[in-house]
Design a binder for this molecule. Structure first.
Ligand SMILES: Cc1cc2nc3c(=O)[nH]c(=O)nc-3n(C[C@H](O)[C@H](O)[C@H](O)COP(=O)(O)OP(=O)(O)OC[C@H]3O[C@@H](n4cnc5c(N)ncnc54)[C@H](O)[C@@H]3O)c2cc1C
Length: 392
C-alpha cells in the first residue's frame, strides 16, 4: 500500500508516527527545506526565537500520543498576567493555581466581585446550552462587565486566536479558557520546534522528502516541482491549499474560502532593571502591542518577545511604546522580527469537521490538519491520529 502524505507539519508527522507504530509504509513530501510546517524556531546570535509566539498547554489531551513532549525541558510561564492600565501595571495571578491571586485580583480597577464569581462559574460549570451564539455575545450575556471583557478576555485571547473579535466557536473558546486556567503554559527550552524533533525521533527520517512541492494532484499520482511523479494508493493532504493543485476532474473547490489570521512577532535584547519575567503583559489600549513577555538571559538582561496584530506597525513604533511603558531601560536592540501571514486558519465551517477532525475527500484522498480540527497543536495532533485510523 503506497500511502503518500503531503506536508511535514505536526499533522503529517503525527500520521507518520501512527503508521510507523502500525508498521505501515508511507512517504512524506514537504515543499520547504525544513520539517515542521508552522512550528519553526531560528537561532539568532545564540538565542532561540520562535517564528511567532507559541506556547504549549501541557494538558492538551492529544499529547497522550507523545508523552515524551511533556518530558522536554521547559520554561514555564507564570499562571496569570500583568495588565497595563491608566499608567500603572496590575498583576493578576490565576487564583485556581496560586492563592495569592485572590489578593492581587482585587486591586485591578474595573474587575468586580461579580466578574470574579462569573469567571469561577464559567471555568467550572458545564457546557453552554446555546452553542450557536458567538463567543463575545455569550460572554456579554453571561454577565461579565465590559471592562472585564475588554481588558481580560479580548486583551488576552486576541494573542491566542490572533483575532480581536474572538471569532472562534464557543466550544473551542471555553476549552482553551479552561486549559489556560488549569494547565501549565510552557515554551520548550530551545524553542517550539523541539516538539517537532520529539515526534521526528519516532519516525524514519528517510521517509521525508524535503524541497519537494506537489504542484499537481491527479487521481492516483502527484507531480512534483522537480518533475518527479509519485503514485499513491492513498493520499493525505495536510494543507487545504493543496486542493488548488487538484486536476479539474477531482477538484470540488471545498476549501476556497478558508482564510488565515496573521501576526507579527518582534524579539529585542533589552537591558532593564526590576522587571518580572516569564509572565504575559497585556496592553488593552494599545493598537500595536497585543502581548509581551521577558525571558531572563542574566541579571538585568532579557530577551523581550512582543506580539502584534497590527500589520502596519514597525519595530520603531513598538520600541517607542516600550519606552513609554517601562522607565528603567538601559538599552534595547531589535534581534529579529517575523511577519506570519498564514498563522491560524479561520475555520467556522470546518471546526471539528463532522466530529472527526479530518475529511474523506474521495475514495483515496483525505484531508487532515488543524483547519479541520482546531487551530492548535492539539488540533493538529488529534486530526493526524484520527485520519490515520481510517487509512490504516
Ligand atoms: C504565529 C502562530 C502562533 C501559534 N500559536 C500557537 C500556540 O500558542 N499554541 C498552539 O497549540 N498552537 C499554536 N499555533 C498553531 C500551530 O502551530 C498549528 O496548529 C500547527 O502547527 C498546524 O500544523 P499542521 O501540520 O496542521 O499544518 P502546517 O504546519 O501548516 O503543515 C502543513 C505543511 O504542508 C506543507 N505543504 C503545503 N502545501 C504543500 C505542497 N503543495 N507540497 C508539499 N508540501 C506542502 C507546508 O509547507 C507545511 O509544512 C500557532 C501558529 C502560528 C503560525
Amino acid at each position: 500500500m503506497r500511502n503518500l502524505i503531503i506536508g511535514s507539519g505536526i499533522t503529517g508527522l503525527t500520521i507518520g508516527k501512527v503508521l510507523t507504530n502500525k508498521k505501515i509504509g508511507f512517504k512524506i513530501l514537504e515543499s520547504q527545506s525544513e520539517i515542521g510546517g508552522r512550528l519553526q524556531t531560528s537561532l539568532i546570535s545564540g538565542h532561540f526565537v520562535d517564528v511567532g509566539f507559541q506556547v504549549l498547554l501541557r494538558k492538551y489531551p492529544a499529547l497522550k500520543l507523545f508523552p515524551e513532549i511533556n518530558e522536554l525541558d521547559f520554561m514555564d510561564m507564570k499562571s496569570g498576567f500583568i495588565i497595563y492600565k491608566n499608567g500603572s501595571f496590575y498583576k493578576i495571578l490565576n487564583p485556581l493555581r496560586n492563592i495569592l491571586g485572590l489578593i492581587y485580583y482585587n486591586k485591578f480597577p474595573g474587575f468586580s466581585l461579580k466578574d470574579k464569581l462569573l469567571l469561577i462559574k464559567i471555568l467550572t460549570l458545564s457546557k453552554p446550552l446555546n452553542k450557536e451564539i458567538k463567543t463575545l455575545e455569550y460572554l456579554e450575556e453571561y454577565g461579565f462587565s465590559k471592562t472585564f471583557i475588554n481588558d481580560f478576555f479580548i486583551s488576552f485571547f486576541q494573542g491566542v486566536f490572533l483575532d480581536t473579535k474572538l471569532n472562534v466557536p464557543l466550544d473551542y473558546f471555553l476549552f482553551i479558557l479552561r486549559l489556560f486556567s488549569y494547565s501549565k503554559v510552557s515554551i520548550p527550552i530551545g524553542g517550539i520546534s523541539k516538539i517537532t524533533s520529539v515526534i521526528l525521533d519516532k519516525i524514519d527520517k528517510n521517509k521525508i522528502i524535503l524541497n519537494t512541492e506537489v504542484i499537481k494532484v491527479l487521481e492516483n499520482k502527484v507531480l512534483c516541482s522537480d518533475g518527479k511523479e509519485i503514485t499513491f494508493d492513498k493520499l493525505i493532504c495536510t494543507s487545504h491549499m493543496i486542493e488548488k493543485t487538484f486536476i479539474k476532474k477531482i477538484n470540488k473547490d471545498i476549501f476556497k474560502d478558508i482564510k488565515y489570521n496573521g501576526t507579527l512577532c518582534f524579539y529585542y535584547l533589552i537591558k532593564i532593571n526590576n522587571i518580572e519575567d516569564r509572565i504575559i503583559y497585556l496592553f488593552p489600549k494599545s493598537n500595536n502591542i497585543s502581548s509581551l513577555y521577558f525571558k531572563k538571559i542574566k541579571e538585568g538582561e532579557y530577551l523581550l518577545c512582543i506580539s502584534s496584530l497590527n500589520k502596519n506597525c514597525s519595530y520603531l513604533d513598538i520600541e517607542n511604546e516600550i519606552f513609554s511603558y517601562f522607565n528603567k531601560i538601559d538599552s534595547i536592540k531589535l534581534l529579529k522580527s517575523f511577519t506570519v501571514n498564514n498563522g491560524l486558519p479561520i475555520m467556522e465551517n470546518f471546526y471539528k469537521y463532522k466530529n472527526k477532525s479530518f475529511m474523506k475527500y474521495s475514495d483515496n484522498i483525505f484531508f487532515a490538519g488543524d483547519f479541520l480540527s482546531t487551530p492548535s497543536l492539539n488540533g493538529a495532533i488529534e486530526s493526524g491520529i484520527n485520519v490515520s485510523e481510517v487509512i490504516s
